[in-house]
Design a protein around this ligand. Structure first.
Ligand code: ZN
Length: 218
């Protein structure tokens, strides 16, 4: 994929993230990898206002800027860690969705309870609160992202990864939606999670593998 195209995609997804209220103001950050270059939002710029020139390329291994002149997001280490840990990951989305953030404060692992959640996200664990923007947060995320595609961050927000921006974005929407359902179900009384067997049944469905393959396309 050409670099201009990936920056355009980042601008588009960033605007959707702002429109849907998944972050407010300059919060949150997104990135996408093309080969050994990771494109990410510059620091302090809101998704609403971000233009193509506000997305800059950094070298995956060194973190040095190779495309653009602005300062990268302060969560650069968190983004690069996801790509270094998972070769299959080409996009990382970090947002502050209100309901997912509320569920994150319960410090639970949100297990699948709908077919979509089972097929597209799987278990969503929570990492403990650490000060944003540093090595510690990057290490916490890197440890958990090894085995998961979405992470709730206690007192902070949500992080999802995907093999394309679309896939990471749908995972963000899906988890926030699931958290709304979780809160509603809890307030009514009963919460029913899938058993391991039920999750397996979903993952063996042909229709689900077809849908998953579609999302992987950029
Ligand atoms: Zn954040």
């Amino acid at each position: 994929m050409k670099n201009v195209n990936i920056k355009k995609q980042l601008v588009e997804i960033g605007k959707k993230i702002a429109d849907k209220g998944l972050v407010v103001g300059p919060g949150g950050n997104i990135s996408a990898r093309v080969g050994n270059i990771v494109y990410m939002k510059a620091s302090g710029i809101s998704f609403e206002e971000a233009k193509v020139s506000d997305y800059i390329g950094v070298d995956l291994k060194t973190g040095k800027i190779v495309d653009g002149s602005k300062k990268p997001t302060c969560e650069i280490a968190m983004h690069l860690g996801c790509y270094l840990e998972r070769k299959d990951v080409s996009a990382v989305i970090h947002t502050h969705p209100p309901i997912a953030t509320a569920v994150g404060m319960q410090e639970i692992t949100l297990r699948p309870f709908t077919p979509d959640l089972a097929a597209l996200a799987g278990d969503v664990p929570t990492i403990k609160y650490v000060v944003p923007g540093g090595r510690e947060l990057a290490e916490e995320v890197r440890n958990v992202i090894k085995k998961h595609n979405a992470i709730l961050m206690c007192n902070h927000g949500l992080l999802t990864v995907g093999s394309s921006l679309r896939e990471a974005y749908y995972r963000t929407l899906l988890v926030e939606d699931a958290c709304k359902t979780f809160v509603a179900a809890k307030s009514l009384g009963e919460m029913k999670f899938f058993t391991r067997k039920q999750v397996e049944q979903i993952n063996n469905l042909k229709a689900e593998s077809y849908r998953k393959a579609l999302l992987k396309k950029a």
